[in-house]
Design a protein around this ligand. Structure first.
Ligand code: HEM
Ligand SMILES: *[C@@H]1O[C@H](CO)[C@@H](O)[C@H](O)[C@H]1NC(C)=O
Ligand SMILES: *[C@@H]1O[C@H](CO)[C@@H](O)[C@H](O)[C@H]1NC(C)=O
Ligand SMILES: *[C@@H]1O[C@H](CO)[C@@H](O)[C@H](O)[C@H]1NC(C)=O
Length: 496
C-alpha cells in the first residue's frame, strides 16, 4: 500500500473516530454508565490488531487470555472502529443470543455486507431475515435430510475418497472443501461435480473467499477488490442458471434455486444473495470441521479405534441385510461418532465469535452495555473455559458420553461428575450459535461429518505427512492444508 493510499484511508478514519470518542465520552459522562473494565487502545484501530493476531485454534489466544486475567470475562475494548463489549461469559453469551431483535441485533461489519450482499442472511435483520430463514430451514429440514441429503452426502463422500491412492500424501483440508463445495453446488443449483462450469465456479469462489476474510481495502490489487470482482462473476453465473430455468420452464427442479423460484416472491437480487450466502455459510464451516476431525483423530488413536469399531458394526449389519447405501437408521446408530463431532466442534471452534450490537442500554451482572455499542459473544472462549469443561485442551470425545445428551450412551460406571455440571456444560455448548439465528445448517453439518467419517475410518488409516495445526486468523485454517499420508485399511465389509 502506498503512503498516499494509507493516509487516504487512515486520516479520515482517525478524525472520525476522534469525533466519535468525543461524543461517546460526553454521552457516557451524561449517563454515568458503569462500563466493564477494559482498554480502548488507539483511536480507530483500538485493539483490533491485537485481537485479530493469529493464534492456535484450540486456544483463545494470548491476547484474550491476558485481557480475561486482567479484566475478567466481560471487558470493554475498541474493535473494528467501534466501542465494543467482549464477552467470554457463558451466561452473557446466552443472554445476548436469546434477546436477538429485542436487546441486541446481528451486526456484521459493513465490509461483510459489501461482499456477501445486502440481502445476505448474515446481515439481514427483522422480517426480511425471518423470511429468508424460513426458506433456508425448509430447504435444510430434517425431512429433506432423510429423503434427499443423506444419499447425496454419501455419494459426494465416496466421490472424493475414491481418488485417494494407497500411500499417497493428500491435502485433507482441500479434499474436505472439494466434498462440501460439490455437495452445496449440487444441492443449491444442481451443478454436477467435475463439470467445467462447476470447476470454474469453484475457482471464482476461492478468490471470493480470500476476500471475505481479508481486510476490506477496496484498492486495485487487494484481495478484497478481487473478491468483489469474483462476486460479480459468481452472481452472473447464478443469474444465467436462473434464466435458463425460467426459459426452459423447469422451475420445479429439486434444488434450492428451483424451490425459491417456485415458492417465494423474492426478487432476482434477493435470490442471488441468498444462494451466495448459503454457499458461503455451508461450505467453509463444515469443510474445516471435517479437517479438524481428521487432525484430532490422528492425535488420539484410541478414539480412532473406537470410532472405527462403531462403523465396522454398522457396515457389518448392512452387509448382513444386503443393503448398500446408508440410511437414517444407520445414521442414528452413530453414537460415538456424535461424541467425536461434538468434541471436534468444541475444541476446534470453527466460528469463534459473533457480531452483535446493543439496541438499547442493557444492564448485565452490574455492568452497563450502552445502546449502539458492538457486542462480541465469544462462543469459543466458553468452550475452552476450564471452569465449564474439564481439561478443555484435551480432545476427549468420551466427555460427551457423560453429558447425558441422549445421542451418546451414558456409561453407568463413569458418573463421577455431578449432574449439575453435566447439564450446565451441556447448555454451554453452542458451536452453532443460538436463539433466533441458530445455524440453519447444523443438522446438515453433523450429517456431513458423520457420513464422511464413516467411509474414512472404514477404509483408511492416516498420519500427518508434515507438521500442521489449525490457527484462528480468526477464521480457522490449516496453513499447510493439513497434509496427511493415507493408507488403505482392509475394510471387512466394503459397501460395493
Ligand atoms: C460445522 C459447521 C457449521 C458451523 C460451526 C456453523 C456455525 C454457524 C453459526 C455460529 C451461525 C450463527 C451466526 C450468527 O448468529 O451471527 C450460523 C448461521 C448460519 N448457518 Fe451455519 N454453521 C455450520 C454449517 C452450516 C451449513 C452446512 C449450512 C448450510 C447451508 C449453514 C447455514 C447457515 C445459515 C443459513 C446461517 C444463518 C442463520 C440465520 O441467520 O438465521 N451452516 N452457522
Ligand atoms: C407471492 O405474492 C402473491 C401476490 O402478491 C401471493 O398471492 C402469494 O401468496 C405470495 N407467495 C408467497 C410464497 O409469499
Ligand atoms: C464403560 O463401562 C464399562 C463397564 O461397565 C467399562 O468396561 C468401560 O471401560 C467403560 N467405558 C468408558 C469409556 O468409561
Ligand atoms: C497399502 O500399502 C501398504 C504399505 O505399503 C500395504 O501393506 C497395504 O497392503 C496396501 N493396501 C492396499 C489395500 O493395497
Amino acid at each position: 500500500m502506498s503512503d498516499l493510499e494509507f493516509s487516504l484511508l487512515v486520516l479520515p478514519s482517525i478524525l472520525a473516530s476522534l469525533l466519535i470518542f468525543h461524543l461517546l465520552a460526553k454521552r457516557s459522562k451524561q449517563k454515568s454508565y458503569h462500563l466493564p473494565p477494559g482498554n480502548m487502545g488507539w483511536p480507530f484501530l483500538g485493539e483490533t490488531i491485537g485481537y485479530l493476531k493469529p493464534y492456535k485454534a484450540t486456544t483463545i489466544g494470548q491476547f484474550m487470555e491476558e485481557h480475561i486475567s486482567k479484566y475478567g470475562k466481560i471487558y470493554r475494548s475498541n474493535l473494528f472502529g467501534e466501542p465494543t463489549i467482549v464477552s467470554a461469559d457463558a451466561g452473557l453469551n446466552k443472554f445476548i443470543l436469546r434477546n436477538e431483535g429485542r436487546l441486541f441485533e446481528c451486526s456484521y461489519p459493513r465490509s461483510i455486507g459489501g461482499i456477501l450482499g445486502k440481502w445476505s442472511m448474515l446481515v439481514l435483520v427483522g422480517d426480511m431475515h425471518r423470511d429468508m430463514r424460513i426458506i433456508s430451514l425448509n430447504f435444510l429440514s430434517n425431512a429433506r435430510l432423510r429423503t434427499h441429503l443423506l444419499q447425496e452426502v454419501e455419494k459426494h463422500t465416496l466421490l472424493v475418497l475414491e481418488c485417494w491412492k494407497n500411500n499417497s500424501v493428500i491435502c485433507a483440508q482441500d479434499e474436505a472443501k472439494k466434498f462440501t463445495f460439490n455437495l452445496m453446488a449440487k444441492h443449491i443449483m444442481s451443478l454436477d461435480p467435475g463439470k467445467p462450469e462447476t470447476e470454474q465456479l469453484k475457482k471464482e469462489y476461492i478468490t471470493f473467499m480470500k476476500g471475505v476474510v481479508s481486510a476490506p481495502l477496496n484498492f486495485p490489487g487487494t484481495a478484497y477488490r478481487k473478491a468483489l470482482q469474483s462476486r460479480s462473476i459468481i452472481l452472473q453465473f447464478i443469474e444465467r442458471r436462473m434464466e435458463e430455468r425460467i426459459k426452459a420452464k423447469c422451475e420445479d427442479e429439486d434444488d434450492l434455486l428451483g424451490w425459491v423460484l417456485k415458492n417465494s416472491n423474492l426478487s432476482k437480487e434477493q435470490i442471488l444473495d441468498l444462494v451466495l450466502s448459503l454457499l458461503f455459510a455451508g461450505h467453509e464451516t463444515s469443510s474445516v470441521s471435517i479437517a479438524l476431525a481428521i487432525y484430532f483423530l490422528q492425535s488420539c488413536p484410541i478414539a480412532f479405534q473406537e470410532l472405527r469399531e462403531e462403523h465396522i458394526e454398522i457396515a457389518k449389519a448392512k452387509k448382513q441385510s444386503q443393503e448398500t447405501e446408508l440410511n437414517w437408521d444407520d445414521y442414528k446408530k452413530m453414537e460415538f461418532t456424535q461424541c467425536v463431532i461434538s468434541e471436534t466442534l468444541r475444541l476446534g471452534n470453527v466460528v469463534r465469535f459473533l457480531h452483535r450490537k446493543a439496541l438499547r442500554d442493557v444492564r448485565y451482572k452490574g455492568y452497563d452495555i450502552p445502546c449502539g455499542w458492538k457486542v462480541l459473544p465469544v462462543i469459543a472462549a466458553v468452550h475452552l473455559d476450564p471452569s465449564l469443561f474439564d481439561q478443555p485442551q484435551q480432545f476427549n470425545p468420551w466427555r460427551w458420553q457423560d453429558m447425558n445428551r441422549g445421542s451418546c450412551y451414558t456409561n453407568g460406571s463413569s458418573s463421577s461428575s455431578t449432574t449439575a455440571s453435566r447439564s450446565s456444560s451441556n447448555n454451554n455448548f453452542m458451536p452453532f450459535g443460538g436463539g433466533p439465528r441458530l445455524c440453519a445448517g447444523s443438522e446438515l453439518a453433523k450429517l456431513e461429518m458423520a457420513v464422511f467419517l464413516h467411509h474414512l475410518v472404514l477404509n483408511f488409516h492416516w498420519e500427518l505427512a508434515d507438521s500442521d495445526q489449525a490457527f484462528a486468523f480468526p477464521f480457522v485454517d490449516f496453513p499447510k492444508g493439513l497434509p496427511i499420508l493415507v493408507q488403505h485399511k482392509h475394510n471387512p465389509f466394503p459397501t460395493s
